[in-house]
Design a protein around this ligand. Structure first.
Ligand code: GLY
Length: 415
């Protein structure tokens, strides 16, 4: 089988690695890929160049396209490829609204009884500002509808911060809503669906803040581990039953069945489980810890999602732990330099898997090309063993300005 993976991050490197490692694929091409993908499999086509993707699929006899990031899903790449009779894994544009429109996600959750935070909608900035004047308890959550590359959510701690966020981010007429703040521990519970059946993966936990102790600015994710103890067994089963199943059934009832990866970001607080947000694709960096633990052939599950035969499948996982630590460019998540040489990639133990994210090859050398540069990943019989492997080796990889969190998995350690 020949696969084409769309995207250029650590998630896409992990998808390609997994499809090859478990025998799902004979060849995996990645468009546009990164420095971790062998040159002959890197395809220089942008993720929004649908016609270019179609042409490459035909010229190279691609059997299945796997779409990594949300933007092409929301823009309708699956509809486009399916319309051209090219099998593609992921949700249609109508189903991808679960991530593309936070208000649509709220509508589905409220209609189909999925637990989530209470909210109030606005499309007038003046009304929003007037509402802020009436709020006494902080923090609150302000969310802009639509994809915003992680910048559409503010969690102001005071009225002054709320007004500042609104003045900087909200245009008059924009759809925006104010949501209750949910306290508790966050987990990422992903499921694979064929529009009818949904099978959950083991839960993972991401670390969104840039610095140790969950301090500093928000990032795309600085590291993850799985399984996350906060959402094992009975809790995972509740998320399946109370969140994933009703959403998949609701999407079918709405006439936009959900095929692909349904990612529920949930907040767990004692017996309470509430949904913070949905994504419609593998998490990054969650994929980097979930995929290595999956038993069987990933390609079989992707094909079953496309074919509508997931009811014949069972997901199971190695009884091990996985951790990934993101090495980021100096300055990230703010401005950072690119083109900095990376050394030591060959020096680390073979027990590690180093997924590339923001890297490219330049004159035969690997250099930085993005904010999140590498995902240094290890598996272990226990979480502690996996963590010791990563932190024992990560210092061998170097590039000027590199920073990484030293406390990935601190909540698991605390249990
Ligand atoms: N790790 C968060 C995300 O993939 O959106």
């Amino acid at each position: 089988m020949k696969y084409l993976v769309i995207g250029s991050g650590g998630r896409e490197h992990a998808l390609a690695w997994r499809l090859l490692a478990d025998g799902s694929a004979d060849e995996v091409f990645v468009a546009p890929g990164n420095g971790g993908i062998e040159e002959r499999f890197r395809v220089n086509i942008a993720i929004d160049d649908f016609a270019g993707i179609e042409r490459f699929c035909r010229d190279s006899a691609i059997d299945i396209v796997v779409v990594g990031p949300e933007a092409p899903l929301v823009a309708g790449l699956i509809d486009f490829l399916t319309g051209k009779k090219i099998p593609a894994f992921g949700p249609t544009a109508a189903a991808a609204r679960l991530e593309g429109s936070k208000l649509f996600a709220k509508f589905i959750m409220e209609k189909y009884g999925v637990p989530t935070a209470g909210h109030r909608d606005f499309s007038s900035k003046a009304d929003l500002l007037a509402h802020i004047e009436t709020i006494a308890d902080y923090p609150i959550v302000i969310k802009l509808d639509g994809l915003a590359a992680g910048k559409g959510v503010g969690i102001p701690e005071s009225k002054a911060e709320a007004i500042d966020f609104i003045e900087r981010n909200v245009k008059d007429g924009a759809k925006v809503f104010v949501e209750d703040f949910l306290a508790g521990e966050e987990a990422s519970v992903l499921g694979i669906s064929d529009g009818e059946t949904v099978l959950p993966f083991i839960a993972a936990q991401d670390h969104k803040r840039a610095y140790d102790g969950d301090r500093g600015p928000n990032t795309g994710g600085m590291g993850a581990y799985a399984p996350a103890p906060v959402a094992r067994d009975a809790v995972l089963e509740r998320v399946r039953r109370e969140v994933l199943v009703p959403v998949v059934q609701g999407m079918k009832a709405e006439g936009c069945p959900f095929k692909g990866i349904l990612y529920a970001g949930v907040i767990i607080d004692g017996d309470s489980i509430k949904v913070l947000e949905f994504n419609v694709r593998f998490g990054d960096p969650e994929a980097q810890v979930i995929l290595p633990l999956l038993n069987g052939r990933l390609g079989d599950f992707l094909q079953a999602s496309i074919a509508g035969s997931l009811h014949e499948c069972e997901l199971s996982f190695k009884r091990m732990s996985a951790i990934t630590v993101v090495m980021a460019s100096g300055g990230y998540p703010d401005d950072y330099r690119k083109g900095i040489p990376i050394t030591g990639l060959d020096a680390v133990s073979e027990d590690l898997i180093v997924f590339h994210a923001g890297t490219r090859m330049e004159n035969g050398a690997c250099v930085t090309s993005g904010g999140r540069v590498l995902n240094v990943t290890a598996l272990g019989e226990s979480f502690q063993a996996a963590r010791d492997t990563v932190y024992g080796e990560i210092g061998k990889i170097r590039f000027e300005g590199a920073h990484f969190r030293k406390d990935i998995g601190h909540r698991a350690m605390g249990r």
